[in-house]
Design a binder for this molecule. Structure first.
Ligand code: ADP
Ligand code: ASP
Ligand code: MG
Length: 426
């Protein structure tokens, strides 16, 4: 029996009962002969509540102190979980990200892990302890400041530790039974996926399926760490995410589906730069200004310029949380770039269809657009990759559109409805 890393999300440890239930599961894994490292998130919606609190004292909280505040959430749950395990008669020690050796760059609020040196975790395990690590946090290599990895970052902590400790598997425990063909909160007839490739999971995660964070899947693929996504509320097998089906899954004759699923995302906004001179260098100047503010953009569209004016509009999408920063950066560069005005729209949503089979099935795009038009959904932006098609629509249309596309591609299950065990979906 080898080493397992188990990560428990906020909904799994939302209250004292949840912490005690999770403690029992952890102890069972230990009794089965595993060395167990646990990564834990903040309880329930604690992180959101801390953010709300910070916004009451400062309009746009950011930086060092904001990270210091947010990491407190995970410290609470790690200590309580270690206490609950001790209460069951087993030894446990909790560690902050810094103590666990999670070393990051110094970009506050969305730091990247650059090294993991889990010496203290190894020692704790060798001494027979269960090690509990606070997710979503690390310490910067140069300034030794506390950093956070961005929302949902505990998934990344878990996979990074699994890689550094050479774990057999990284188990991600959450409030649904695995990865489904769509968000079970939106599509009651979503189907659980038994196995999904890293490639398709990466696209789903990048398109908004927050059951796994994109960066965590990237990390797992790089180090070839199999992930098992499952519920902490049921004993069911979940979804295996790996390069190819593992032996268990192979018995179930799992093969790659043409379409893996439908993802949606309402966390983005759209900025339109109006009246841009249609000449070389303009797009470069706009996106340089945005990039220099350390903002990642997603989709881009440039309209055909009006012949009479020689002016065009450029629209792009970005995380809502970065909206203010992007507008500020563009306003500052307005003189140099020479556009007329900026429009900001945060009432948009994105729907994506993902599947490796798309490469070889030419009708997929047409069927996707037909399903949207039959549902009366208007498309504002389109982008594609080899294995994904995404569209931007009005935010109000998103749920309806996801359900329509799910049905049109034959993904609806005809048996059990997908169960959501907890969480507020916040
Ligand atoms: P945790 O607190 O455990 O990290 P998250 O809220 O981050 O949990 O992720 C689990 C949630 O992800 C589910 O409750 C579900 O609403 C959402 N979700 C979105 N897309 C999917 C999908 N394709 N399959 C499963 N869950 C999904
Ligand atoms: N608590 C953090 C968040 O809510 C990190 C995590 O749960 O993964 O984003
Ligand atoms: Mg999560």
């Amino acid at each position: 029996m080898g080493l397992v890393v188990q990560k428990y999300g906020g909904s799994s440890v939302a209250d004292a009962e949840g912490i005690k239930r999770v403690a029992k599961r952890i102890v069972d894994a230990k009794k089965n002969g595993h060395q167990v490292v646990v990564v834990v998130s903040a309880m329930g919606d604690t992180t959101d509540e801390l953010i709300d609190l910070a916004e009451q004292v400062s309009p746009i909280p950011a930086g060092r102190e904001f990270d210091m505040l947010l990491t407190a959430g995970e410290r609470i749950s790690m200590a309580l979980l270690a206490m609950a395990i001790k209460n069951l008669g087993h030894e446990a020690q909790s560690f902050t990200g810094s103590q666990a050796g999670v070393i990051t760059d110094s970009v506050h609020n969305k730091a990247r892990i650059i090294d993991v040196t889990p010496g203290r975790i190894r020692t704790a395990l060798d001494e027979g302890n269960i090690a509990i690590v606070a997710g979503f946090q690390g310490v910067s290599q140069d300034k030794k400041d506390i950093t956070t990895l961005g929302r949902g970052g505990s998934d990344t902590t878990a996979v990074a530790l699994a890689a550094a400790l050479d774990a057999e598997v990284c188990e991600i425990y959450t409030d649904v039974d695995g990865v489904f063909t769509a968000d079970p909160r939106v599509v009651k007839k979503a189907k659980k996926i038994d196995w999904i490739s890293f490639e398709d999971m990466l696209e789903l995660a990048a398109s908004g399926s927050k059951v796994l964070l994109h960066r965590c899947v990237e990390y797992a693929r790089r180090y070839n760490i199999p992930i098992h996504v499952r519920s902490s509320f049921s004993g069911l097998q979940g979804t295996w995410v790996s390069n190819e089906p593992l032996s268990d899954a192979k018995d179930q004759k799992v093969e790659q589906a043409i379409i893996s699923g439908v993802a949606h995302d309402t966390s983005e906004a759209k900025i339109t730069v109006v009246g841009v001179p249609d000449k070389p260098g303009e797009a470069a100047a706009i996106f340089r200004a945005v990039a220099d503010a350390e903002i990642n953009i997603d989709m881009i569209v440039q309209n055909v310029s009006a012949a009479a004016t020689g002016l065009t509009d450029i629209s792009f999408t970005l995380p809502k949380a970065e909206g203010h920063k992007a507008i500020d950066a563009l306003e500052k560069a307005k003189g140099a770039i020479g556009f007329d005005s900026l429009r900001y729209d945060d009432q948009i949503g994105k729907i994506s269809l993902v599947g490796a089979g798309m490469k070889t099935n030419p009708g997929v795009t047409a069927d996707f657009f037909k399903a949207l038009s039959d549902a009366g959904v208007n498309i504002e932006l389109i982008s594609t990759s080899e294995i994904r098609i995404s569209v931007v629509t009005r935010a109000d249309d998103v749920n309806e559109a996801v359900r329509a596309v799910h049905t049109a591609f034959g993904l609806d299950s005809d048996s059990d409805e997908a169960v959501v065990y907890g969480g507020t979906g916040r």
